[in-house]
Design a protein around this ligand. Sequence first.
Ligand code: CDP
Length: 198
Amino acid sequence: MKFTVAIDGPAAAGKGTISRAVAARFGFAHLDTGALYRAVGVKAGGEGGDPVAAARGLTPADLAREDLRTLAAGQAASKVAVIPEVRQALLEFQREFARRDGGAVLDGRDIGTVICPEAEVKLFVTASAEVRAHRRWLEVGGDAAAVLAEVVARDARDMNRAEAPLKPAADAVVIDTSTMSIEAAVAAACDEIAKRMR
Ligand code: CDP
């Protein structure tokens, strides 16, 4: 059975938490595509910077690094994510993952628009910038104003790039989690998926 759930949205909207819960509930495989860009950004930064070579030579060890969730890695990711050759190098792996047997959940920015426009379910998970920055601050700590600035700068870069910009697919269901508990957001996502599995 091929069944793809595409979950896109801005930084720290809750995509990862929802994706993991949905994958566990329906027994689907999960791919955090942001981790690919984070790994490329960190690797290129550490190697005197050829992001295209870093993307083409990405290894499981690069994806297992412990520093991928830092604010710096997020910034590095969104800088390399504007480069068409970097996106191209990561495309086939994501497409194959999306159409694997048994069902797949992918979360990112362009899953419903570019990677898997034929996805059976497309969700666009969002929340206000303040709420998202607070959630990220709970995760990484540090200076709250700096975390908000990081989130806002990254969203602007992701939305305004020429290649695969962050935007909801025309047929995506928008879930605004600003005032929702995580349980409620997961339940809303599961309802949409269950509807389309009937
Ligand atoms: O976890 P968070 O939402 O903060 O970010 P992420 O999903 O780990 O993505 C990090 C960065 O990678 C994003 O800001 C994008 O610039 C880039 N990205 C992308 O361009 N396309 C994707 N499908 C996933 C991530």
